[in-house]
Design a protein around this ligand. Structure first.
Ligand code: BTN
Length: 251
Protein backbone atom coordinates (compact mmCIF):
# COMPACT_ATOMS: atom_id res chain seq x y z
CA UNK A 1 0.00 0.00 0.00
CA UNK A 2 1.41 3.42 -1.00
CA UNK A 3 0.21 5.34 2.11
CA UNK A 4 0.61 4.51 5.79
CA UNK A 5 4.27 3.72 6.25
CA UNK A 6 5.97 5.28 8.04
CA UNK A 7 3.21 6.42 10.38
CA UNK A 8 4.04 9.28 12.77
CA UNK A 9 1.41 9.15 15.49
CA UNK A 10 0.92 11.90 18.09
CA UNK A 11 -1.46 12.53 20.95
CA UNK A 12 -1.27 16.31 20.57
CA UNK A 13 0.14 18.43 17.77
CA UNK A 14 -0.34 21.98 16.62
CA UNK A 15 -1.31 20.66 13.18
CA UNK A 16 -0.67 17.37 11.40
CA UNK A 17 -0.20 19.37 8.19
CA UNK A 18 2.54 21.48 9.77
CA UNK A 19 4.32 18.38 11.09
CA UNK A 20 4.00 16.66 7.71
CA UNK A 21 5.45 19.74 5.98
CA UNK A 22 8.46 19.62 8.29
CA UNK A 23 8.89 15.93 7.58
CA UNK A 24 8.56 16.49 3.83
CA UNK A 25 11.22 19.21 3.91
CA UNK A 26 13.47 16.88 5.90
CA UNK A 27 13.08 14.26 3.15
CA UNK A 28 10.39 11.89 4.49
CA UNK A 29 9.37 9.37 1.82
CA UNK A 30 6.27 9.27 -0.32
CA UNK A 31 3.47 7.57 1.62
CA UNK A 32 4.44 8.92 5.06
CA UNK A 33 1.42 9.77 7.20
CA UNK A 34 1.01 11.87 10.34
CA UNK A 35 -1.97 11.53 12.68
CA UNK A 36 -2.89 13.12 16.00
CA UNK A 37 -5.69 12.66 18.51
CA UNK A 38 -5.86 16.40 19.01
CA UNK A 39 -4.64 19.58 17.29
CA UNK A 40 -4.10 22.91 19.01
CA UNK A 41 -3.87 24.87 15.76
CA UNK A 42 -5.65 22.79 13.11
CA UNK A 43 -5.60 24.48 9.74
CA UNK A 44 -8.56 24.81 7.40
CA UNK A 45 -8.85 26.16 3.89
CA UNK A 46 -8.41 29.86 3.17
CA UNK A 47 -6.84 30.67 6.50
CA UNK A 48 -9.64 29.23 8.59
CA UNK A 49 -9.15 27.17 11.72
CA UNK A 50 -10.16 23.53 11.99
CA UNK A 51 -11.04 22.24 15.43
CA UNK A 52 -12.38 18.96 16.76
CA UNK A 53 -12.76 17.55 20.28
CA UNK A 54 -9.88 15.20 21.22
CA UNK A 55 -10.18 11.70 19.77
CA UNK A 56 -13.43 12.41 17.93
CA UNK A 57 -12.12 13.05 14.43
CA UNK A 58 -9.51 11.47 12.20
CA UNK A 59 -6.78 14.11 11.86
CA UNK A 60 -4.55 12.87 9.09
CA UNK A 61 -1.86 14.24 6.78
CA UNK A 62 -0.10 12.28 4.05
CA UNK A 63 3.03 13.13 2.08
CA UNK A 64 2.83 12.54 -1.66
CA UNK A 65 5.88 12.90 -3.87
CA UNK A 66 6.44 12.65 -7.59
CA UNK A 67 3.75 15.15 -8.51
CA UNK A 68 3.45 15.61 -12.25
CA UNK A 69 1.69 17.92 -14.62
CA UNK A 70 -1.59 16.08 -14.18
CA UNK A 71 -1.76 16.97 -10.53
CA UNK A 72 -4.12 19.86 -11.10
CA UNK A 73 -6.71 17.22 -10.27
CA UNK A 74 -5.17 16.26 -6.92
CA UNK A 75 -7.76 18.38 -5.03
CA UNK A 76 -10.53 16.40 -6.75
CA UNK A 77 -8.92 12.98 -6.32
CA UNK A 78 -8.47 13.30 -2.55
CA UNK A 79 -12.16 13.74 -1.65
CA UNK A 80 -13.00 10.74 -3.83
CA UNK A 81 -10.73 8.68 -1.60
CA UNK A 82 -12.38 10.11 1.52
CA UNK A 83 -15.86 9.29 0.20
CA UNK A 84 -14.92 5.69 -0.54
CA UNK A 85 -13.16 5.18 2.80
CA UNK A 86 -16.21 6.45 4.69
CA UNK A 87 -18.69 4.47 2.60
CA UNK A 88 -16.64 1.30 3.18
CA UNK A 89 -17.21 1.56 6.93
CA UNK A 90 -20.63 3.12 7.40
CA UNK A 91 -23.98 3.05 5.63
CA UNK A 92 -23.62 6.54 4.20
CA UNK A 93 -23.55 8.15 0.78
CA UNK A 94 -21.05 10.94 0.34
CA UNK A 95 -21.03 13.76 -2.15
CA UNK A 96 -18.49 16.49 -2.76
CA UNK A 97 -18.94 20.23 -2.61
CA UNK A 98 -16.30 21.52 -5.01
CA UNK A 99 -13.45 21.61 -4.60
CA UNK A 100 -13.08 19.18 -1.72
CA UNK A 101 -15.62 19.35 1.10
CA UNK A 102 -17.18 15.96 1.75
CA UNK A 103 -20.88 16.02 2.52
CA UNK A 104 -23.50 13.64 3.77
CA UNK A 105 -26.95 15.02 2.94
CA UNK A 106 -25.45 18.49 2.49
CA UNK A 107 -23.81 18.49 5.89
CA UNK A 108 -20.04 18.65 6.10
CA UNK A 109 -18.44 15.38 7.14
CA UNK A 110 -14.84 16.06 6.21
CA UNK A 111 -12.51 18.70 4.82
CA UNK A 112 -9.29 18.61 2.85
CA UNK A 113 -6.36 21.03 2.95
CA UNK A 114 -3.56 20.40 0.46
CA UNK A 115 -0.31 22.28 0.91
CA UNK A 116 2.20 21.58 -1.84
CA UNK A 117 5.63 22.48 -3.10
CA UNK A 118 5.43 20.85 -6.52
CA UNK A 119 7.05 18.87 -7.89
CA UNK A 120 8.88 17.92 -4.69
CA UNK A 121 5.99 17.15 -2.35
CA UNK A 122 2.38 17.70 -1.40
CA UNK A 123 0.91 17.38 2.06
CA UNK A 124 -2.65 16.08 1.86
CA UNK A 125 -4.44 17.05 5.07
CA UNK A 126 -7.77 15.44 5.85
CA UNK A 127 -10.09 15.90 8.81
CA UNK A 128 -13.04 13.51 9.13
CA UNK A 129 -15.66 13.97 11.85
CA UNK A 130 -16.08 10.61 13.49
CA UNK A 131 -18.01 10.85 16.75
CA UNK A 132 -18.59 14.56 17.34
CA UNK A 133 -22.06 15.17 18.78
CA UNK A 134 -24.24 17.80 17.06
CA UNK A 135 -23.95 20.16 20.04
CA UNK A 136 -20.14 19.97 19.91
CA UNK A 137 -19.92 21.62 16.50
CA UNK A 138 -19.44 25.41 16.38
CA UNK A 139 -22.77 27.19 16.85
CA UNK A 140 -22.21 29.68 14.04
CA UNK A 141 -22.43 27.08 11.28
CA UNK A 142 -25.53 27.67 9.15
CA UNK A 143 -26.06 23.94 8.95
CA UNK A 144 -24.43 21.77 11.59
CA UNK A 145 -21.72 19.45 10.41
CA UNK A 146 -22.16 15.69 10.68
CA UNK A 147 -20.15 12.75 12.02
CA UNK A 148 -19.60 9.36 10.43
CA UNK A 149 -20.67 7.45 13.55
CA UNK A 150 -19.15 6.44 16.88
CA UNK A 151 -19.30 2.75 15.90
CA UNK A 152 -16.59 3.27 13.26
CA UNK A 153 -13.13 2.58 14.68
CA UNK A 154 -10.65 5.36 13.97
CA UNK A 155 -7.90 2.85 13.10
CA UNK A 156 -10.18 1.22 10.51
CA UNK A 157 -10.96 4.60 9.00
CA UNK A 158 -7.27 5.47 8.78
CA UNK A 159 -6.49 2.16 7.08
CA UNK A 160 -9.36 2.58 4.62
CA UNK A 161 -8.11 6.06 3.82
CA UNK A 162 -4.56 4.82 3.26
CA UNK A 163 -5.97 2.28 0.84
CA UNK A 164 -8.31 4.56 -1.12
CA UNK A 165 -5.81 7.45 -1.28
CA UNK A 166 -3.34 5.09 -2.91
CA UNK A 167 -5.92 4.18 -5.53
CA UNK A 168 -7.18 7.68 -6.32
CA UNK A 169 -3.82 9.45 -6.33
CA UNK A 170 -2.67 7.02 -8.99
CA UNK A 171 -5.89 7.20 -11.04
CA UNK A 172 -6.03 8.78 -14.49
CA UNK A 173 -7.57 12.18 -15.08
CA UNK A 174 -10.56 10.78 -16.94
CA UNK A 175 -11.41 8.46 -14.10
CA UNK A 176 -11.09 11.25 -11.53
CA UNK A 177 -13.25 13.63 -13.56
CA UNK A 178 -15.92 11.01 -14.21
CA UNK A 179 -16.20 10.00 -10.57
CA UNK A 180 -16.13 13.61 -9.40
CA UNK A 181 -18.99 14.33 -11.80
CA UNK A 182 -20.99 11.50 -10.24
CA UNK A 183 -20.45 12.87 -6.72
CA UNK A 184 -20.68 16.58 -7.56
CA UNK A 185 -23.09 18.11 -5.03
CA UNK A 186 -23.17 21.49 -6.79
CA UNK A 187 -24.01 20.35 -10.31
CA UNK A 188 -26.89 22.36 -11.76
CA UNK A 189 -27.40 24.24 -8.51
CA UNK A 190 -27.38 28.02 -8.12
CA UNK A 191 -24.31 29.29 -6.32
CA UNK A 192 -22.82 32.61 -5.41
CA UNK A 193 -19.23 33.47 -4.66
CA UNK A 194 -16.93 36.09 -3.26
CA UNK A 195 -13.23 36.40 -3.86
CA UNK A 196 -10.93 34.68 -1.41
CA UNK A 197 -9.52 37.86 0.12
CA UNK A 198 -11.99 37.89 3.02
CA UNK A 199 -10.94 35.06 5.33
CA UNK A 200 -14.30 34.89 7.06
CA UNK A 201 -17.18 35.98 4.82
CA UNK A 202 -20.68 36.23 6.21
CA UNK A 203 -22.72 33.07 5.75
CA UNK A 204 -25.54 34.59 3.74
CA UNK A 205 -28.67 32.97 2.44
CA UNK A 206 -30.38 34.06 -0.76
CA UNK A 207 -33.03 35.93 1.22
CA UNK A 208 -30.55 37.78 3.38
CA UNK A 209 -28.40 39.04 0.54
CA UNK A 210 -28.51 42.78 -0.12
CA UNK A 211 -28.00 44.92 -3.20
CA UNK A 212 -24.24 44.46 -2.82
CA UNK A 213 -24.83 40.86 -3.76
CA UNK A 214 -21.98 38.63 -4.80
CA UNK A 215 -22.24 37.24 -8.33
CA UNK A 216 -24.41 34.18 -8.88
CA UNK A 217 -24.60 31.48 -11.52
CA UNK A 218 -25.38 27.83 -12.06
CA UNK A 219 -22.63 25.30 -11.37
CA UNK A 220 -22.02 23.16 -14.47
CA UNK A 221 -19.36 20.73 -13.33
CA UNK A 222 -15.59 20.96 -13.45
CA UNK A 223 -13.25 21.40 -16.40
CA UNK A 224 -10.18 19.32 -17.17
CA UNK A 225 -8.04 21.56 -14.94
CA UNK A 226 -10.34 21.10 -11.96
CA UNK A 227 -11.90 24.57 -12.18
CA UNK A 228 -15.62 24.97 -11.50
CA UNK A 229 -17.61 25.85 -14.61
CA UNK A 230 -20.35 28.35 -13.92
CA UNK A 231 -23.11 29.48 -16.27
CA UNK A 232 -23.98 33.16 -15.87
CA UNK A 233 -27.24 34.89 -16.71
CA UNK A 234 -27.42 35.00 -20.47
CA UNK A 235 -25.61 31.71 -20.88
CA UNK A 236 -21.93 32.69 -20.91
CA UNK A 237 -19.58 30.39 -19.02
CA UNK A 238 -16.77 31.25 -16.61
CA UNK A 239 -14.33 29.07 -14.69
CA UNK A 240 -13.63 29.59 -10.99
CA UNK A 241 -10.32 28.48 -9.47
CA UNK A 242 -10.44 26.86 -6.05
CA UNK A 243 -7.93 29.27 -4.53
CA UNK A 244 -9.86 32.32 -5.63
CA UNK A 245 -13.37 32.02 -4.26
CA UNK A 246 -15.63 31.36 -1.31
CA UNK A 247 -18.74 29.55 -2.49
CA UNK A 248 -22.26 29.68 -1.18
CA UNK A 249 -24.97 27.30 -2.26
CA UNK A 250 -28.18 29.28 -2.66
CA UNK A 251 -31.18 27.45 -1.26
C1 BTN B 1 -11.30 22.67 5.46
O1 BTN B 1 -12.38 22.15 5.24
O2 BTN B 1 -11.19 23.89 5.66
C2 BTN B 1 -10.09 21.79 5.46
C3 BTN B 1 -9.87 21.21 6.83
C4 BTN B 1 -8.68 20.28 6.89
C5 BTN B 1 -8.42 19.84 8.32
C6 BTN B 1 -7.35 18.80 8.41
S1 BTN B 1 -7.30 18.07 10.01
C7 BTN B 1 -5.81 17.27 9.59
C8 BTN B 1 -4.98 18.25 8.79
N1 BTN B 1 -4.20 19.09 9.67
C9 BTN B 1 -4.58 20.36 9.64
O3 BTN B 1 -4.08 21.27 10.31
N2 BTN B 1 -5.60 20.51 8.76
C10 BTN B 1 -5.93 19.26 8.12
Amino acid sequence: MRFGSPHHRYRLLDSTNLRARELAIEGAPDGTIVTASEQSAGRGRQGRQWSAPPGKALLYSAIARGLGLGDALLPLAVPLAVCEACEALAAVQCSIKWPNDIWIEERKLAGVLIEARPPAWAVVGIGINLSIAPEEFPLDLRRPAVSLGAEVAIDDLREALNDRLGVWLDAGDHQVLAEFHRRDALRDRTISWTDGSDPDPPDLTAIERSSADPPTGIARGVDSSGNLRVELDGGSMIALGAGEVHLQLDR
